[in-house]
Design a protein around this ligand. Structure first.
Ligand code: 48F
Length: 274
């Protein structure tokens, strides 16, 4: 006999266990696209308390549809070590180009991040940041259906030593921080520079180069790094996103652990941050 009430109790108790352990974090990752999931995985593997807040029901961001709904993605050889680390199968296309199935890739990234201990809270939008003592100190969250329905409901807060904006083109966390707190960012102009048109070669470089802290406590990775620093977009080539996620994990680990980072954290991720 199945008790409907036990099913309800099991779900609610287990969910709130998870939710409570996501309230005081070393890193709050906003957005479960490729850069956010890779960052979350390396942070969790290094033993950090990390949760990913994803506004959609599904993780994976822009991976699923590959290019123009053809569900394959392209990576160059510089990101193959990350594919291998996540157990993602890929095939050589020729001259340093490789392809991977988009559904397989999106699934593997979520699987590895959660396997490592990252908590994913999905259907949950970050709509603001906690801002204290001149730094970003956490995120303000609300269920996405509440936001979409326009219900007048107050959000709740999560404290985090570091916050990663991995929200892709929209770079929503940086936007809300600049809009509400009028902060100066660590960009060439001090402001959000906006994304430029497609140029894969430059875009891939810019994403990696600009990955990092843009304001005390607030980091950018993936397409958000390009959008905040004025980089080009690059379409369905994903190596830069993966490398950016690993790089930012190393930077966050170095900032959390200071001089002990090399001893306590994932050496490989720290090396990627250099
Ligand atoms: O866009 P997305 O996949 O970010 P990414 O890691 O990768 C970019 C590529 O997918 C692609 C590309 C490759 O060349 O350009 O676009 O930079 O994933 C961003 C995730 O953030 C979620 C959104 O639903 C998506 O899954 N997101 C956006 N805003 C919020 C959010 C928010 N305010 N709160 C929570 N999640």
């Amino acid at each position: 006999m199945i008790s409907d009430v036990i099913v309800t109790k099991a779900i609610s108790e287990r969910f709130f266990e998870k939710f409570h352990s996501a309230l005081e974090l070393d890193a709050a990752v906003v957005g479960a696209g490729p850069s956010g999931l890779v960052a979350a995985c390396y942070l969790a593997r290094a033993g950090k308390r990390v949760a990913v807040f994803e506004s959609k029901l599904s993780t994976g961001g822009g991976i699923w549809g590959g290019g123009m709904l053809m569900n394959e993605i392209v990576v160059r050889d510089d990101a193959l070590d990350i594919l291998r680390d996540f157990g993602i199968t890929y095939r050589e296309y020729g001259e340093g180009y490789y392809t991977a199935d988009a559904v397989h890739t999106a699934s593997a990234l979520a699987y590895r991040a959660t396997e490592a201990g990252a908590i994913v809270i999905n259907a949950c939008s970050v709509e603001d940041v906690l801002f204290m003592e001149g730094r970003v100190a956490g995120v303000v969250i609300l269920w996405t259906p509440v936001v979409s329905a326009g219900l007048h409901v107050d959000p709740l807060s999560v404290a985090a030593t570091t916050v990663l904006d991995a929200t892709g083109h929209a770079s929503e966390v940086v936007h809300v921080t600049v809009r509400k707190m009028e902060v100066e960012l660590n960009t060439e102009t001090g402001a959000i520079m906006g994304e430029r048109s497609m140029w894969a070669e430059r875009g891939e470089q810019a994403v990696i180069e600009h990955t990092g802290e843009v304001f005390p406590g607030l980091y950018v990775a993936g397409m958000a790094a390009a959008a905040v620093h004025g980089g080009h977009r690059m379409g369905p080539i994903f190596g830069g996103m993966l490398i950016s996620g690993k790089k930012v994990a190393g930077q966050i680990l170095a900032s959390l652990d200071g001089d002990d980072a090399e001893d306590t954290a994932d050496r490989d991720a720290i090396a990627a941050a250099r």
